[in-house]
Each structure stands twice: as C-alpha cells, then as structure tokens.
Design a protein around this ligand. Structure first.
Ligand code: NG6
Ligand code: CA
Length: 540
C-alpha cells in the first residue's frame, strides 16, 4: 500500500522543532497504520489521501461560555482546555439547530433537519428518523474502510414504527453505517433508563419485559405527580412520569428492572466502552462518535463530581464531561494514537438553566455565563442557541491556533469524506460543505460564507430561523425567540418584527436591530434565507 500522500502546505508553514518532530512521528504512524489497516483495500474506493482515526466528542446542552478556554472563570475545564491548547479553537463554531435531535440528524446526514419532517425532539417511543439507505457520516467512513461506533446518547429513534424494546431494535445506528453501538436510547429525562447494545436492551430479563408508553401504564404506578414528595430532585415543568432512581421522567415504563442503570454511572460507562473500542481498533482506522449526556437534564453526574464546580449539579456535569475528554485523550496517548487521530469537540445545542428540574442551575449559577457574550440559548435562533465550543486537534497536522472561520457540525460529513477521499454521492449530505482545510487550520483556508440556524424545527420551512452571513445575522421569527425554559438570568431580546438584522462584530448579543439602517443587506439576506429554505440543497 502506498505511503499516504501529504500536501505541501503542511511543510510550507513554519514549524518549531517540537511540532516538526511530532510531524515525523505522525507520518511514521500514518504509514504504519496504512500497512496494518485490515480490509481497507477490500472496498473499491480511490486511494485515500489521509486516514486519521476520527473521534467526534459531542457535548449535550453545552454553551459557548461553559468551558474555561472559552471564558468560564467560575470553574475550569482543564482537559478541554488542553485539547484547545494542542489544537485549533474556533470562535465561530456552530451546531445546526438549538435542540438535540435536529442537530444530530444534520450532523450524521449532512442535511439541514428542516428539510425532513419528524426531525424535532424525539419522544421515548419514536421510530428511527434516519432511514436505512441514507448516506451518512459513518456509512461514508465505513465504506472507506473505517470501523464506526456510536457510544452514548442517540435520541434519533429506533425501530420501524416504534422501538421493539423486548426484541430487535432495528432499524437504528447499525442500519445507517455504524458497525457498533452502545446507547442511551433517547435522553435521560425520557424513559427508559436502559442501555441498548447492538440491537438489544442490555441485561433484559425476558421474564420481566419492558413496557414503555407516553401514557400511564398501571393505575397505581408511582409518578412524579403522585409521589412528588419522595423525589430527590423536584421537577419544575414536564418530567412528572415514571420515577426511576428517585427522579421522575418524561413518559412511563414498567419492567426491565435488571436492565436499568444508575444515572450517576452513565459517563463512566461511555468512557469504559470507548476505551475498549479504541483498544480493539488501534491498528486500523476507526470513527468514534462519543455522544456525552452531560450536561443535559436530569443533571446527575457521578458522586465524585458533586459540589466540585461551585455552581451546582449543572457545572458539576460539565466537569464530568471534561473528565471524559481527558480519559479519551489519555487513551489515545496510551496506544500512541494521538498523532494519528483527528478529535473534534462540539455541542448539540446551546445552554439552558431550568430545563424541567429544580437542580440548582438557576439558584447556584453565581457569576457563571453559560452563553459567554451571546444571547438566547437552547430552543432559540439567537447565537447562544447554536454558537458553541468547537475544537479540532490532530497533533502534527493541525497547527496550534485559533480561527474565526464559520464551521458547523453539519460540515463534518462532507469534510471527513473529502479528507479520506470517500466519494460523496450527488444526492447525499445536501448541506454539508467540504471545509476540511478550515477544520484542519490550514493557512488561508475558508470556512462557510453563511450558515442557517434553526430551532427545534417542528414547523419545517415555516419556523424560526437565523442566517449568519459574514458578520451579519438575520433573524426570521414566527413567535418570540424564547421557549418556556429559563435560558439565562438576563431577559431575552424580543424583536417584535418578523425580520431583524444584527451586526455581530459590534453587537454579539443581538440587542440592536439595524435592519432599518441597512435595508439592502436585510433584503439580500431575506432572499438568501428563502433560497436556502426552498432550493432543497446548498452543497454545490
Ligand atoms: C423538552 C423537555 C426538555 C428537554 C428537551 C430536549 C419538557 C418540558 N422539556 O421537551 O427537558 O428534554 O425536550 O432536549 O419536557 S434535547 O437537548 O435533547 O433537545
Ligand atoms: Ca441537547
């Protein structure tokens, strides 16, 4: 097998001695990995340019200001900071929606979620949203010889019409390109609290079947309403169904007792499974989607993190996430894989404080600013909803630095496909742009010129949208921008108009609508937004 070709730009940039050495190590490792990669020749793909392992660490509900390398001072996130210090930190890194399911849909399919019905927040018994046969980030990488796994939160539905909790849970990740999966099926505030490994609920005793419903199942079953005084974390809105581990959830379930997990053990489990996956695939290219649940509600990190952030369980859960990042980096070091692994760190949507439980997120926040300089947060099309920490690291390949290019989770599919030279079918990944040069921090590389930001997206093309274009931001609203949840301590700006325009360079908080002063720019962006919504595809 040929030694991987390397573009000359990698050498034209000034390097210090340490990074030059790292580069040499990287190239030797890349070559070794090429020679050892089993099965890579078996598929009819063009000769790969580069074949790094790819790990995407997606946090849940993590805001721009929630980590110390993006400005948090109240608590520190040393491992995420280290990732940034050894890689590229993006100041205009985004997810594509301000809730989980549409961002994850777009991340895996490379297509804006509003284009597909049913991509809003998935319910406990929701069917598989990404249909088998859809080209996805993992299917493109798998076809290029990678071994692909998703470990952590799924929240994209399972099954044809609904999940068959006691049988085969398909279609699911294994039908859209992943070789392995170890999942929390929805979010942990939704029932059931069980792991799914492959096609089955792990440790399910057939004599104690699992029944999941959006309505009460048994008449005298304790719920968050009937047994509210027994809860160890009170609910504030929703979340008053079945009680498990002293916490009431969205939805109802019975049975599956032996299969149920403790909330406190989720992160440890993701890390343990990820370590095993990395070790088992250290001699071949792999793709790991590490889908953390931190800091989604219910925020119940392992006991060892309780009280450590000084901001209550929300901050403690961010510290748990930081620990996970450190463990993954240490695992790469243990196996000598760091210089052959592209790590992408991102979030699925911006932050929220009270998202349905009285967990101290509001009362113990202190001086912490989860959205950094931005407004809004989860559920909104303001910058706080989708502008989040975004870091790429690949020692020896990605220079240490910072970028203000616009990059988004939706671009990972086309960018990784280009990086490994995987063919991208014309009908695939309709809005995913190949910006791999920007993600790799190459000199003068450009990110996106514009990016559409959506909220939960249940109204399709009629919903709320943001359009970031250069330093301008257009907002088109159906209603007021906030959901019911408490997003920040500051009141949200409430533009009364359907369209408003902001100059992000001097108004990152989107507080001064300048559409009257810039009617031509406003009209141009309204036209562009309409084109994105109606043209069906933005990938050239
Ligand atoms: C909302 C839930 C919220 C959270 C969200 C999904 C209520 C009142 N609110 O419907 O708690 O679960 O869905 O969050 O039930 S996400 O990050 O997975 O999109
Ligand atoms: Ca989320």
């Amino acid at each position: 097998m040929a030694f991987p070709s390397v573009r000359s730009t990698r050498f034209s940039r000034p390097h210090n001695a340490a990074s030059r050495n790292r580069l040499v190590v990287a190239l030797v490792l890349l070559g070794a990995c090429e020679l050892a990669a089993p099965g890579a020749d078996e598929r009819a793909t063009p000769a790969p340019r580069e074949r790094p392992n790819i790990i995407v660490i997606m946090a849940d509900d993590l805001g721009y200001g929630d980590v110390s390398c993006y400005g948090s001072t109240v608590f520190k996130t040393p491992s995420i900071d280290r990732l940034a210090a050894e890689g590229h930190r993006f100041t205009s890194g985004y997810c594509s929606a301000s809730t989980c399911t549409p961002t994850r849909y777009s991340f895996l399919t490379g297509t804006y979620a509003f284009r597909t019905k049913g991509t809003g927040i998935a319910p406990p018994n929701g069917p598989a949203i990404i249909r088998p046969g859809t080209p996805t980030l993992p299917s493109l990488l798998r076809d290029a010889g990678y071994r692909a796994a998703v470990i952590g939160k799924w929240h994209l539905g399972l099954g044809d019409k609904e999940p068959d909790w006691n049988g085969t849970l398909a279609p699911g990740p294994l039908e859209i390109g992943f070789d392995e999966c170890f999942l929390l099926p929805t979010t942990n505030d939704r029932v059931p609290q069980v792991y799914v490994e492959g096609h089955r609920v792990l440790n399910l005793d057939p004599s104690d079947p699992l029944t999941v419903s959006d309505k009460p199942i048994a008449p005298n079953e304790p719920t968050g309403v009937s047994h509210r005084d027994t809860l160890r974390m009170n609910w504030s809105h929703g979340h008053n169904g079945t009680i498990h581990n002293g916490i009431s959830r969205i939805g109802f379930y019975t049975g599956g007792t032996a299969a149920r997990f403790r909330d406190e053990d989720l992160a440890d489990t993701w890390v343990k499974k990820s370590k095993a996956f990395i070790a088992a695939n250290k001699d071949r290219p792999f793709f790991l989607f590490f889908a953390s649940h931190d800091n989604h509600v219910p925020r119940m990190p392992h006991e060892r993190f309780h009280g450590k952030s000084g901001t209550g369980l929300r901050g403690d859960a961010v510290l748990e996430l930081d620990w996970c990042v450190g463990e993954i980096m240490a695992t790469l070091d243990t196996h000598g894989l760091a210089t052959n692994t592209l790590v992408i760190f991102c979030s699925d949507n911006g932050p929220v404080l009270d998202d349905g439980y009285e967990d101290g997120a509001v009362t113990e926040l202190g001086g912490h600013h989860p959205t950094g300089p931005f407004s809004g947060g989860k559920y909104t099309v303001l910058e706080g909803g989708t502008r989040t920490p975004f870091i790429t690291r690949w020692p020896g390949r990605i220079p240490v630095g910072e970028s203000d290019e616009i990059v988004c989770t939706i671009d990972v599919a086309a960018s990784c496909a280009a990086l490994v030279n995987a063919p991208l079918p014309a009908h695939a990944c309709l809005d995913s742009l190949d910006i791999h040069s920007a993600l790799l921090g190459e000199p003068d590389a450009q990110g996106r010129t514009d990016l559409l930001q959506q909220d939960n997206g249940t109204k399709g093309t009629q919903g709320n949208f943001g359009l970031r274009s250069g330093d301008w931001k257009l907002i088109r609203l159906v209603n007021a921008p906030g959901g019911q949840a408490v997003i920040s301590k500051q009141p949200l700006p409430k533009p009364a108009k359907r369209h408003s325009l902001y100059s992000l360079a001097d108004d990152p908080g989107e507080r001064n609508d300048v559409s009257q002063q810039h009617p031509k720019k406003t009209a141009e962006l309204i036209q562009r937004l309409d084109a994105i919504l109606t043209d069906g595809q933005t990938r050239p």
